[in-house]
Design a binder for this molecule. Structure first.
Ligand code: ADP
Length: 414
């Protein structure tokens, strides 16, 4: 599915057309086939009525032998099967092409060809033969349905052959229409994304000023040997605002289809090493064991900065949501051209009902705890948008009190 609104609408437009085209076509073919059958039945009924007066009863049973002999003498070629049955429905005579040798109204398969690869089907109609007020048998006429079947096949063939061209035409029209319809929405979305980026940049400017001022004040306090409690609080608050601004910028960039990041061939080890180094200090501080698998010698195509951020967010969360003395591990699994990066921890875990929401913006399982730990609920949204931009997948398994496992699956390159 395309990522932009216009592309998605066009694809839905085409899918809807294909569905309507084939279901409408199927209904039309069904109605047409029924009409063909009805007109065949009508002509068979007329034919039977025309032949009926020629039935003679000289031998006691109804017979069309004399009629057939006359037709043969005239060199008339019978295109329809004409059959005579006795009262009990047993066939007595058959003229013309081979037919289905039982009384039947509707479509039937010719007996001899029933087991053939291409069974011949006939349309059949019969009327009663009455002599002196008593029913003496039946007259049945049948005609091959080859022409009817060929006509239907022809229609199906035309429909199928035309479908890709029509789908293409619908795709072009759909793209044009949805382009027009979604332009204002896309423009508003672009404005909104730009607004987020601008707002985040604007937040960063005063923060830089606050940071610098705090530093100056700290130096002044230090020089004058004054005790100060408030400055670390200001520093922490400005740090949080900076982190929020940065997260918002990254997120809106990742979610903007217009944002093109440079993709290159990356060695997995080069991507993992700096991230692990960054997390080691915090893990050590919390006396956690950081277990890292041997990094496989593989390569992937991607944006190195984003992929590092993805791994950093997952590892940082694992360290953050695992109590002191716990274990955080990083595993790698290579299967064919797929790489699985597994970040596992023995931490607090995520309740089952929250699992579906952890990738949503600003979602935090335990708001106060997460905020105390410095989280905004944006880390996993960023991870998800990076994963999506790399056509990768992410899944999560977790048990409260036991730990969590985030699995990212990426495509490897040669
Ligand atoms: P935050 O910045 O709050 O950590 P995230 O988007 O990274 O935001 O994560 C969303 C929420 O998912 C977190 O608030 C936390 O409740 C939960 N979470 C994420 N990773 C883990 C983990 N490894 N263990 C337990 N909970 C986690």
């Amino acid at each position: 599915m395309p990522s932009n609104l216009r592309g998605r609408l066009t694809v839905q437009f085409v899918l809807l057309f294909v569905l309507l085209y084939f279901s409408g076509g199927a209904v039309a073919i069904f109605v047409f086939a029924n009409q063909l059958d009805a007109s065949l039945d009508e002509s068979l009924q007329d034919l039977a009525n025309q032949i009926l007066p020629a039935v003679d009863f000289g031998s006691g049973a109804p017979s069309l032998k004399r009629w057939a002999n006359r037709a043969e003498a005239r060199h008339d070629k019978l295109l329809s099967t004409v059959q005579v049955f006795d009262r009990g429905g047993t066939i007595l005579e058959e003229f013309g092409p081979d037919g289905h040798r039982h009384l039947v109204r509707g479509t039937a398969i010719v007996d001899d060809s029933a087991h053939d690869a291409n069974p011949v089907s006939v349309r059949s109609r019969y009327i009663e033969v009455v002599e002196g007020g008593n029913k003496t048998g039946y007259l049945q006429v049948q005609v091959s349905t080859v022409q009817r079947d060929d006509a239907l096949k022809q229609i199906v063939l035309i429909m199928v052959t035309l479908s890709p061209f029509l789908a293409l035409a619908v795709a072009l029209c759909g793209s044009w229409f949805s382009g027009n319809a979604t332009r204002p929405v896309e423009e508003t979305l672009d404005l909104l994304r730009q607004f987020v980026v601008d707002a985040a940049h604007e937040i960063n400017t005063p923060i830089t000023v606050i940071d610098a001022s705090v530093q100056t004040l700290e130096e002044t306090f230090a020089e004058q040997n004054l005790k100060d409690d408030i400055l670390p609080i200001i520093t922490r608050a400005s740090g949080r605002m900076r982190a929020l601004g940065e997260s918002l910028i990254v997120l809106s960039r990742m979610e903007s289809p217009e944002y093109q990041f440079s993709v290159s061939k990356l060695k997995l080890a080069d991507m993992v090493a700096p991230v692990v180094a960054e997390c080691e200090q915090v893990a050590k501080h919390k006396r956690q064991s950081l277990v890292i698998d041997q990094i496989p010698d593989v390569y992937l195509m991607g944006h190195s900065e984003s992929l590092e951020r993805m791994l950093l967010n997952l590892l940082a969360n694992a360290v953050r949501y695992t109590d002191d003395g716990g274990t955080v591990s990083l595993h790698f699994e290579v299967e064919g051209d797929r790489l699985r990066i597994i970040v596992e921890d023995t931490g607090i875990g995520i309740p089952r009902e929250s699992l579906a929401h952890v990738f949503e913006r600003f979602y935090r399982v335990d708001k106060s705890r997460s905020r105390d730990m410095g989280g905004f609920g944006l880390g996993l949204s960023i991870v998800k948008s990076i994963v999506d931009r790399h056509n990768a997948t992410i899944s999560v398994e977790s048990q409260v009190g036991k730990g969590s496992k985030f699995i990212v699956e990426l495509q490897l390159t040669g």
